[in-house]
Structure formats: structure tokens, C-alpha cells
Write a protein that binds this ligand. Structure first.
Ligand code: NDP
Length: 489
């Protein structure tokens, strides 16, 4: 039986890639679809199409209000098609169906939010310190945007790039990860139906070394919006040395969840479980370090072990499944390797810890009691369902341990003491701090990291400005002739 084939979307047309590869269903380990792999020539075609659309097209002449309406229409189509896209994302990435359905439904709100912002970005009039001059600042779209996303939550991670970029009037070439690209390639059909002029949005997939490098170093690219790991981010920075594109980087995390003795333990435990085991831990904000006040450690570990053991693991397409497989065999093997090194370094197994036998890339919910920041699973981002637990005594040690990481993406604090919560919010180095909750997101709230977790912010009103540049316009208002500068008066 022949496998379904996906195509690139370049210059308003669906096209096969120069090369193809098979995408694997992580629940079975079997190939299920054929994907196109863009090479440098495909990328060049896509960037040139985006450049033409930016300079001279119906898009470049459209009002901001009209752009906003197109974004709203895209949001509506996404909401309508959420069940269909969710089934495809689940098939291609192993993320469970109840998560993909809920997430894609909410991604629609991102397009609506940015659609609403499109005509709210105003210029400025300066009270300039020169007579007979009117000076205004125009906000202009920056140009062609190269957007790159990793395999997890590709529709969501691209919405926080496409939404503000299109609201600003830019055009985009979006690269889906070669792991699980199907949902984004299918999403191109909605872009097409929404009525964006040709070339405004181009969607390709391909391997990082060819397609990613060609895209981020292309001379016609003015802006790069990258989400992925810090190692790849360094390549991206090197690539943008070619075109000097303005770049934002949304990278990894090793986010701490701090639980104090006065917290509501059952509630905190539910948040910890959701924070690390949702999406099988393949989430940049996974709360992968649990820092627990020593006096309640044993009690909290007992609750967590019970809850982790009760998680229903299985077919990601089954709505009753609570945890699916990892996206790739490579990912599962890496997690097994780091857990092995962590146990050798003295970590104690509280739950899970061994890859599941049989088909699919399954790894069970795993809890490691570490009690040392030196254990590999405490320091390295695993991007999988592994919770490392470290105890602390008092607030000072809690803050020091939380900040003892090269990352700084997110953090959670569980306490009933309001004054302490405020103190911790100020002192924890992370782009988002959740108090008595975890993993809440919204298009209205900016998101991004400290340290190796990244550069810049995505989301919120300011993110549209990130896709614009400012032009200063000076207009002399005097009718008096300009005197000859070389005639002395
Ligand atoms: P990678 O950094 O390996 O890949 C990210 C993207 O970059 C992929 O599309 C990849 O393509 C592409 N790429 C690879 N090499 C290059 C290159 N030389 N030039 C340009 N692009 C390239 O990340 P993973 O796929 O491993 O994703 C997991 C990482 O993403 C984790 O660190 C996670 O924390 C982070 N992440 C961060 C988020 C945030 O918002 N801060 C959100 C989600 C994830 P290909 O796949 O084809 O190799």
C-alpha cells in the first residue's frame, strides 16, 4: 500500500521536494507518510517568492486592517479543522490526541489575537528640538522572515512567529522540523484557503544542515525567529553572520518547580505531574527539576510515585490515553542514556526508569531522587518524562538551587506565603514564573528565556514590533529658501 505524500507550499503552490524521506509513526515505529526534503534550491525559491510578495504584491498594498482580517480567517479555519490537524499531529509526533486537539483549538486564538493587533501599531510624532521641522516615526515591516521550529507543538510554535510577522506586514518562509512535519505541511492548505496572496507564507521541511542553513543565511532574509536547542542556535547565529538578520532564539530549559512545606501538597503534586509528564515531557517549559523543602520530601515523593504509576500510557490516538510515546527513537535512546548515567552518579529510582519493551518509542514516567545538583539529569535538558528531585532547607537555598543552571526559561513556586512568593518572583532568573500554578500560557503574555534559554520574547503586544523597524521621517515646514551653506552671512 502506498503511503500518503505531503508537499511543500511555495509561492502559493503545492510542490514536491527535490528529495523525499519517510516519516515514522512513533507509536508503531513504522513509516506512515512520505515527506519532501527541501534543498538549498527549494529554499531559495521560497525566499525569492516571499521577497517578491513583500516588495510588490496585493499583500504589500493591503491595509493593516485587511491583514488582520486574513489572520482572523486563518484562526477560524484552524478552529474548524482542529480535529483533522490534531489527528495528523498525533500520528506524526505521538503526542496524545486530547493534547493536540486542545492545543490546536487554542492556537486559533493566537491568530485571532495577532489579527486584532495588526491595525493597533501606531507611529509617533516627535516634539523635535529644531524649528520648522515635523518629525514622525513610521513603523515598517522588516521584510522576509525565516521561521524555524522543532518537532514538538509545531503549530503552536509557528503561530507565535507567523501571527506577529503577518500582522506587521512581513512575509514568511517557515521550516517545519524533519521530525513530525505533517501538521505544518497540512496547515499550508488552510493558509491557501484563507486567501493570503501567493508568496506571503511559504512552508517547507527539510534537514537542518541543508534546509535550515540555507534559510537562515539567505541574503534576502531580514529576520530569523528560531525555536530549538542551544547547540543549533549557535549554528543559526553563525549563519546569520552572512545576512545580519535580526534574530530571536527560543531555546531549552531545565525549569525548577519549588514546593515549600506550607503548600497545598496534593495540588502542587498535580501541577508537578502535569508540568513534567504532559506531552511526555517534550515541552520547553517542562518542570524537570522538582525542588522540595526537606521536611515534606518523603510525603511528596510518595504522592508523586502513586500518581506517576497511575498514568495511562498507550495509543496516542485513543482519547483515554494520558501519555504517549516520544517523538523519535533517537529521543528515547538519549533519555535512557542520561537516566543510566544519573543512576550511576547516585540518583535513586522512585518511578519508571526503563524503556518499555515492544513497538513504539515509549518511555515511562520516571522520577529520580537526586539530592545533588551534579547528577546529569539535574543539569542536562532531557526533553522527556524524567523528573529530577532535589531537596532544600529554607528560602536562600531554594533560590540558589533554582538559579544554579545555565538555563532560565520558566519556574514554578508553590507556597501559601504571599510575601515569600513575591520575594521569589523577584529573585528567580527565568522568563516566566508561575505561582501556585504551572504551564499556563496565553497569546497576551510574552514568553522567552534568560541565559541559554534564549534571546528575545515571543507573544504579547510588543512582539509585533519585533517584526518592524522604525523609520524617522523629517519634513521641513518652512517656505524660506535654504541658504547657500558656503556664503557667509
Ligand atoms: P533542534 O535545535 O535540533 O532543531 C530545531 C530546528 O532547527 C529544527 O527545525 C531543525 O531542523 C533546525 N536546524 C537544525 N540544524 C540547523 C541549522 N544548522 N541551521 C538552521 N536550522 C537548523 O531542536 P530539537 O528539534 O531537538 O527540539 C528540542 C529543543 O527545542 C529543546 O531544547 C527544547 O527545549 C527547545 N524548545 C524550545 C521552546 C521555546 O519556546 N523556548 C519550545 C519548544 C522546544 P531538523 O529537525 O530538520 O534537524
Amino acid at each position: 500500500m502506498s503511503l500518503p505524500r505531503f508537499q511543500h507550499y511555495i509561492d502559493g503552490a503545492f510542490a514536491d521536494g527535490a528529495v523525499t524521506f519517510e516519516s515514522v509513526d512513533p507509536a508503531t515505529g513504522e513509516a506512515w507518510a512520505v515527506m519532501p526534503a527541501a534543498d538549498a534550491a527549494d529554499v531559495d525559491r521560497a525566499v525569492r517568492a516571499a521577497h517578491r510578495a513583500f516588495l510588490d504584491s496585493d499583500w504589500s498594498r493591503m491595509t493593516a486592517t485587511q491583514r488582520g482580517k486574513l489572520l482572523h480567517r486563518l484562526g477560524d479555519l484552524l478552529a474548524e479543522e482542529a480535529p483533522h490537524l490534531a489527528a495528523i499531529e498525533t500520528r506524526d509526533t505521538g503526542k496524545i490526541i486530547c493534547e493536540t486537539r486542545a492545543q490546536i483549538g487554542y492556537v486559533a486564538e493566537y491568530y485571532r489575537y495577532f489579527g486584532g493587533l495588526a491595525d493597533k501599531i501606531e507611529g509617533v510624532h516627535l516634539p523635535i528640538d529644531k524649528p520648522d521641522m515635523e518629525v514622525t516615526l513610521r513603523r515598517e515591516p522588516i521584510g522576509v522572515v525565516a521561521a524555524i521550529v522543532p518537532w514538538n507543538s509545531q503549530l503552536f510554535l509557528s503561530a507565535v512567529k507567523l501571527g506577529p510577522a503577518l500582522a506587521a506586514g512581513c512575509t514568511v518562509v517557515l521550516k517545519a522540523s524533519e521530525d513530525g512535519p505533517a501538521p505544518l505541511l497540512e496547515f499550508a492548505r488552510l493558509v491557501d484557503r484563507a486567501g493570503f496572496p501567493r508568496g506571503v507564507v511559504n512552508i517547507v521541511t527539510g534537514f537542518g544542515e541543508d534546509c535550515g542553513r540555507a534559510l537562515t543565511s539567505h541574503p534576502m532574509v531580514a529576520r530569523v525567529a528560531f525555536t530549538g536547542g542551544p547547540a543549533t542556535a549557535r549554528h543559526v547565529i553563525r549563519n546569520t553572520a552572512e545576512n545580519l538578520a535580526h534574530t530571536t532564539l527560543e531555546l531549552g530549559g531545565k525549569s525548577p518547580v519549588l514546593v515549600f512545606a506550607d503548600a497545598d501538597l496534593d495540588s502542587a503534586a498535580n501541577a508537578v505531574i502535569a508540568g513534567i509528564f504532559a506531552a511526555s515531557g517534550q515541552s520547553c517549559v517542562a518542570g524537570s527539576r522538582l525542588l522540595v523543602e526537606r521536611g515534606i520530601r518523603d510525603r511528596l515523593l510518595q504522592i508523586l510515585a502513586r500518581k506517576a504509576a497511575a498514568i495511562r500510557i498507550g495509543d496516542p490516538q485513543d482519547p483515554a490515553t494520558e501519555m504517549g510515546p516520544l517523538a523519535t527513537r533517537r529521543q528515547r535512546d538519549r533519555i535512557a542514556e542520561v537516566v543510566g548515567r544519573s543512576l550511576a552518579a547516585g540518583a535513586r529510582l522512585v518511578a519508571g526508569g526503563h524503556p518499555r519493551d515492544g513497538v513504539g518509542f515509549y518511555y515511562p514516567p520516571t522520577i529520580l531522587d537526586c539530592d545533588s545538583q551534579a547528577v546529569p539529569s539535574v543539569r542536562e535538558e532531557l526533553f522527556g518524562p524524567v523528573l529530577s528531585v532535589v531537596s532544600f532547607d529554607g528560602e536562600e537555598e531554594a533560590v540558589a538551587t533554582a538559579n544554579d543552571t545555565e538555563f532560565g526559561l520558566a519556574a514554578g513556586v508553590f507556597t501559601r506565603d504571599l510575601a515569600r512568593a513575591h520575594r521569589l518572583v523577584r529573585r528567580i532568573r527565568a522568563g516566566v514564573v508561575w505561582v501556585n500554578t504551572y504551564r499556563a500560557i496565553s497569546p497576551m503574555a510574552p514568553f522567552g528565556g534568560y541565559g541559554l534559554s534564549g534571546l528575545g520574547r515571543e507573544g504579547g503586544q510588543d512582539s509585533v514590533r519585533e517584526y518592524m523597524r522604525t523609520k524617522s521621517v523629517w519634513i521641513r515646514t518652512s517656505d524660506e529658501p535654504i541658504p547657500d551653506p558656503f556664503v557667509m552671512r
